[in-house]
Design a protein around this ligand. Structure first.
Ligand SMILES: Cc1ncc(COP(=O)(O)O)c(C=O)c1O
Length: 439
């Protein structure tokens, strides 16, 4: 495994082991690693996402080391951030990936991941997507229902290949997460095979000629800050593993406990990877299976910022507003999940003010922060919206005819634009201006 590229003087303790201060303030100006954010804004414009390669590497290593006591594989989850340059950083570390659509499979392969490095999941896979996954030779398909297991068997038969299948089981444990929308492993959720049906589905899978039942999988939700649900869920999977083996099915190789490890946005205390490991490792060890984890946010969440420029200040109905050139179309998390993202002026300003940081979109729900005591920024000032590395760009949209922003990767003292800002032409690229009517 290649050594971590540390950024010299910028190392500090960030609560999850010794990690790089990815966005240090030096002489009053925020930097991405060693690069002043102002330099990136001058080169790439705003709004722009900026990612720290060093922090991505450090998070990967922190988790990898925490799990060292057991044979394991980290499959980074593309849905958090699927930028190919970021994927390249992880691939160089030996990470695998977890994808949930044909598009993410395409991205992973375009970033150089081999089929054997890819887990294919998702609650509603089409026949075409299953065909693509099987043709790519993915390591595992996480199946979410009996009907899907049968579809995988049918398509594997058509293609003349063997499908390695893992059952995504809903362990039906109680989960605490920052928002209702990011819980997935409680009874009645749309995800996974209901626990009581899983043994039956295992029998179905084992009986299909082209299917190898290779694993059991769960994903409880996101931003999980306690180890207990992981322990409870892993125990449920281990019990199921014992039942499957007792039924004479001996093909299980992997136990996948999903993603969901939390990060700090404000004053949360994130789950320490070591505590997570202490909860799941003894259970996995007792099964003799290989542990798989599917982290997304933990790897990239703190490793990105969204840089935006203040366009206007205004006062309305007793409230002070900073109107920025980024909003819900770039970072929907505040509006959609009521999420908190710390915001600071890139160049230190005097004074603080209770501000509403809003975007240019024609929606009252278009905001990055509400009633926030923060830097008293002025038009023209650059803002850094922190911890925007996960579920940022990937959830951006063209609503209001907005062009999706640029993405920049920083590594030590270098930076590169790794996604160009969309052009106006991009907005209409797939439209057919003169309808080709058919009847
Ligand atoms: C199946 C699956 N695995 C992994 C993840 C990654 O979650 P997180 O980014 O919280 O680690 C998700 C996120 O929704 C998921 O649905």
């Amino acid at each position: 495994m290649p050594p971590v590229r540390a950024t010299g003087q910028h190392r500090s303790r960030m609560g999850q082991g010794v990690l790089t201060a990815a966005f240090p303030r030096l002489d009053g100006v925020l930097h991405a690693e060693c690069v002043p954010l102002e330099r990136i804004a001058a080169a790439a414009g705003t709004p722009t996402f900026v990612y720290s390669a060093s922090l991505v590497r450090e998070r990967f290593h922190a988790l990898d080391e925490a799990l060292a006591a057991v044979p394991h594989r980290i499959h980074y989850t593309l849905k958090a951030n699927s930028n190919r340059a970021v994927l390249g950083v992880l691939r160089a570390l030996g990470s695998g990936v977890d994808v949930v659509s044909g598009g993410e499979l395409f991205r992973a392969r375009a970033a150089g991941f081999a089929g054997a490095d890819i887990i294919f999941g998702g609650v509603g896979k089409t026949d075409d997507e299953l065909r693509e996954a099987l043709s790519a030779g993915v390591a595992l398909i996480n199946a979410e229902s009996e009907a899907e297991v049968r579809a995988i068997g049918r398509i594997a038969g058509e293609l003349g290949v063997e499908a390695r299948v893992s059952l995504r089981v809903n362990p039906e444990v109680t989960v605490e997460a920052a928002h209702h929308y990011i819980k997935t492993g409680e009874r009645g959720h749309k995800f996974g095979i209901p626990y009581d049906d899983a043994l039956h589905v295992a029998h179905v899978a084992a009986a299909l000629p082209r299917v190898a039942l290779a694993g059991l999988d769960m994903h409880l939700g996101s931003m999980l800050s306690r180890a207990e649900p992981y322990r409870a869920g892993a125990e449920r999977l281990a019990e199921l593993c014992a039942q499957i083996r007792a039924a004479g099915i001996t093909t299980l190789r992997h136990l996948d406990v999903g993603g969901g490890l939390s990060v700090r946005y404000a004053d949360e205390v994130p789950l320490d990877p070591a505590e997570f490991a202490r909860a799941v490792i003894p259970i996995v060890q007792a099964t003799g299976l290989e542990l798989i984890v599917e982290p997304g946010r933990f790897i990239v969440g703190n490793a990105g910022i969204l840089m935006s420029r203040v366009l206007y200040r205004k006062h309305s109905g007793g409230k002070d507003y900073a109107v920025a050139d980024a909003g819900m179309t770039e970072l929907i998390r505040p509006s959609y999940y009521n999420a908190h993202h710390r915001i600071e002026a890139v160049r230190r300003v005097d004074g603080t003010q209770l501000l509403n940081v809003v975007g240019p979109v024609c929606e009252s729900g278009d905001f990055l922060a509400l009633d926030r005591p923060m830097d008293d920024v002025a038009p023209g000032d650059l803002l850094a919206v922190f911890d925007a590395g996960a579920y940022g760009y990937v959830m951006s949209s063209n609503y209001n005819g907005r062009r999706r922003p640029a993405e920049v990767l920083v590594d030590g003292d270098r930076f590169a634009v790794v996604t160009a800002r969309e052009s106006y032409d991009d907005l209409v690229r797939h439209e057919v201006p003169h309808p080709d009517w058919r009847s």
